[in-house]
Design a protein around this ligand. Structure first.
Ligand code: SAM
Length: 357
């Protein structure tokens, strides 16, 4: 079949759709550079600026800065009020520059593409059926992930999420034992250790890269009430004394979340709380298609979550959207928990499950 047999308008429209994803790839690279080079930060709260102003503020070369600015204006990510003048509005600054203060900060999620070796490994997984682990994704990926997921933990964990759970804050204030499984680079656990100095925190993750970052973070903050262990959920101690167990955006990444749940039942105190944060999905693809960012989540899955969930031959392979409410309920009930309450916490990407024995 040649193009002449096809409807020319449909062909043009579909071609445009495909190239718009290619444009997304290029704009994503520009956002990464803006974040990495401090360009957004240099423009925040500064009002209208010329390319020379931005170059001076960042000590970068004006010609490259000008091309970047025009690309950002073309993408609608910064304003361009008049010829040669650019401006980062308050809203743009919140999403692109304000990492410490805005729950909507997103620029940290832009990693600037994939290393060729990583892409080769992802392509190989389609042939072998065995995915790569988070450790195999490398240290930069672990650090990038922490910047993406860490914003909400830093800004809302102790002010919104933990106070929304039954009796947990009082225990943490008095001095409790907290276990964070799949803790990644430790941002969430460090927030708890910092806010509740009487509490003892332990983080587990099989990725040595992530645990190294977590230990660095704890050392930088001078936290002596948290420790980190390079090990998976299956290796947590079965001593039934943890008051709070966290699984943040990681159960769907585990090859055997069912074995993790059984291990958690043995590790948690009888009056303890298990808080699961996992990606919001319904379990029905047709309903999930209402999410305008759904393809983004499938991209995350093919590149990371499903990789990890299939990294062992007996992996259940849940993937990014696989831990929906029905799966969560079956998982916790099959492992000996009887109560599960779902929270929203106004988080567009995740649901939170408060689980008790
Ligand atoms: C998407 S990351 C989330 C990290 C962190 N909780 C956060 O919110 O940023 C998923 C984590 O699950 C970890 N993971 C994968 N398999 C695991 C297992 N069997 N036991 C514990 N953690 C696991 C990965 O190493 C990775 O750090």
């Amino acid at each position: 079949m040649s193009d002449t047999d096809l409807d020319p308008n449909e062909l043009k429209m579909f071609s445009f759709k495909v190239w718009s994803y290619k444009m997304g790839e290029q704009v994503a690279m520009l956002v990464h550079l803006g974040d990495r080079l401090g360009l957004y930060q240099a423009m925040a709260d500064k009002g209208p600026m010329t390319s020379q102003d931005v170059a001076d503020a960042t000590e970068l070369h004006e010609r490259f800065v000008r091309e970047w600015l025009m690309g950002q204006a073309a993408a609608g990510l910064i304003d361009h009020p008049e010829s040669g003048v650019f401006e980062l509005s308050e809203i743009q600054a919140a999403v692109l520059a304000a990492e410490d203060t805005s729950i909507n900060f997103s620029a940290g999620a832009f990693r600037g593409g994939f290393e060729p070796a990583l892409l080769d490994a992802i392509a190989d997984s389609f042939k072998t059926g065995i995915g790569i682990t988070y450790q195999q994704q490398g240290r930069a990926a672990a650090a990038g992930l922490a910047r993406m997921t860490g914003v909400r933990s830093r800004l809302e964990l102790t002010s919104v999420i933990l106070p929304g759970l039954d009796g947990v804050v009082a225990k943490l204030e008095a001095g409790a034992r907290v276990l964070d499984i799949g803790c990644g680079a430790g941002v969430t656990l460090a927030c708890i250790a910092e806010a509740y100095p009487n509490t003892t925190c332990v983080g587990y993750d099989p990725s040595a890269n992530a645990i190294e970052l977590a230990r660095d973070e704890a050392a930088q903050k001078g936290l002596d009430n948290c420790e980190f262990v390079v090990a998976g959920a299956e290796d947590i101690p079965a001593n039934a004394d943890f008051d709070l167990v966290l699984c943040f955006d990681c159960l769907h990444d585990m090859p055997r979340p069912d074995k993790a749940a059984t291990a958690i039942r043995r590790a948690i105190a009888d009056d303890g709380t298990w808080l699961i944060k996992d990606i919001r999905s319904t379990g029905d693809f047709e309903k999930d298609k209402r999410n305008p960012l759904l393809a983004l989540f499938y991209g995350f899955s093919v590149a990371s979550c499903l990789q990890s969930a299939m990294s062992e031959p007996d992996g259940l392979g849940l993937g990014t959207l696989g831990l929906h409410p029905e799966v969560a309920e079956n998982l916790v009930k099959d492992s000996g928990f009887s109560q599960i309450e779902t929270h929203d916490f106004d988080d567009a990407a995740n649901l939170y499950y408060e689980v008790r024995v």
